[in-house]
Design a protein around this ligand. Structure first.
Ligand SMILES: Cc1ncc(COP(=O)(O)O)c(C=O)c1O
Length: 374
């Protein structure tokens, strides 16, 4: 028996390829591109996304965890893979055995990598993380030189470069970003002065890739732009990116409610006139944010229909009084294009007081992904 899902999360791998090629064209020859596919490729499906990006020409893949790195190796992906969150010491053996490169910021991890490399008769590879102003993972700048010094006794641990992350690359005022860049450049100069080659240093996320060529160094690390969302509003050529994920459902039930009727938990919406309502089989258990209650919109027949009342665990109601004869089974676009209209992840994110990244991860992790355009 065929079991069909009432929700449809579609990942368009042709759009992913398109976005990759668009970004690639912004890079000088020789600059590598590390495609960030962490968190199940921002909810788009780790292995299919990684395969598509590798086939398109990405030189590196970036994941969050050892588990994701191993999953890519098991799927047969042979290109360099960087574990962006680094590892803890017990993971060193598996990381080195699978030729996974590691973001490094802990002395005990450096030792574990050296020991694993020795026992396996291999070279361990790491990118040394410096916190130039993100206030997140990484060594503070004054700690870099002593850390590098301590690594001179670890001949089987190769440091490929410095890595840092930008906190404000998505805003128009680049003052803070330039300060981070200056710090990064100064550290690179010092380390090179001390004899470290550091052939592959990198700091640029999508916003810096698009907006700040001087931040490209040897490699860039885009994530969100690959998935089709402009890294910041108003950035040049953001509109040429194609959204990769779309989300749709169908009408489960139709009903007409008289004036003065309440809709959904808490009776937060009361009809003023007769209201034609479509009940949709989607809710926050599908990663559809509850904050869309009384705020969000969906597309039916290429027209917008507003959400009435609270989004429930499995159900959401939308008003279709302006659309004649909507029937059960009719297609409803929750994110994506229908007719000339489009609902973007950014639009959903604005209603839900969050960012497109969060929308993609929530929808992608809660629903089966269907891949097209391979
Ligand atoms: C270390 C690191 N590099 C690169 C990226 C990609 O950033 P973006 O998705 O904004 O391009 C991320 C994403 O969070 C990250 O954590």
């Amino acid at each position: 028996m065929m079991v069909s899902s009432l929700v449809e999360l579609t990942v368009d791998l042709a759009a992913l390829r398109h976005n990759y090629l668009l970004l690639r064209r912004r890079l000088s020859p020789g600059v590598k591109l590390l495609a960030v596919v962490k968190a199940d490729a921002y909810g788009h499906g780790l292995v299919p996304a990684a395969r598509t990006l590798a086939a398109a020409g990405a030189e590196y893949l970036g994941v969050a965890s050892l588990e994701e790195g191993l999953a890519l190796r098991q799927a047969g992906l042979a290109l360099p893979i960087l574990l962006l969150m680094g590892i803890v010491p017990p993971e060193a053996q598996a990381a080195v055995a699978a030729d996974l490169e590691v973001v490094l910021y802990r002395q005990d991890v450096a030792q574990a990598l050296e020991e694993a490399a020795r026992s396996l008769g291999k070279q361990a590879r790491a990118h040394l993380k410096v916190d130039t102003g993100m206030g997140r993972l990484g060594l503070r700048p004054p700690e870099i030189a002593p850390f590098l010094d301590s690594l001179r006794k670890s001949p089987q641990l190769e440091i490929l470069g410095l890595i840092s992350h930008l906190a404000m690359a998505d805003v128009a005022d680049k003052t803070y970003t330039r300060k981070q860049l200056q710090e990064f450049l100064a550290l690179l100069a010092t380390a090179r002065g001390q004899g470290w080659e550091l052939p592959l240093s990198h700091i640029a996320n999508s916003a810096a890739l698009v907006d700040l060529p001087e931040a490209h160094f040897g490699m860039v690390r885009p994530g969100i732009s690959l998935y089709g969302s402009p890294p910041a509003p108003g950035l040049p050529w953001g509109a040429a990116l194609q959204p990769v994920m779309s989300f749709a459902t169908q009408v489960l039930q139709m009903k007409s409610l008289p004036p003065g009727s309440s809709i959904s938990y808490g009776c937060t919406y009361t009809t003023r006139d007769w209201c034609v309502l479509a009940v949709l089989p989607v809710g926050y258990s599908n990663g559809y944010p509850r904050l869309l209650s009384n705020r969000g919109e969906v597309l039916i027949r290429g027209r917008r229909a507003p959400i009435r009342g609270r989004v429930c665990m499995n159900l959401t109601m939308v008003e279709v009084s302006h659309l004649p004869d909507v029937a059960p089974g009719e297609r409803v676009t929750l994110m994506g294009a229908d007719g000339g209209q489009r609902l973007t992840a950014d639009e959903l994110a604005a209603w839900a007081e969050t960012i497109s990244y969060d929308i993609y991860c929530s929808l992608g992790s809660a629903n089966p992904q269907r891949f097209v355009g391979a």
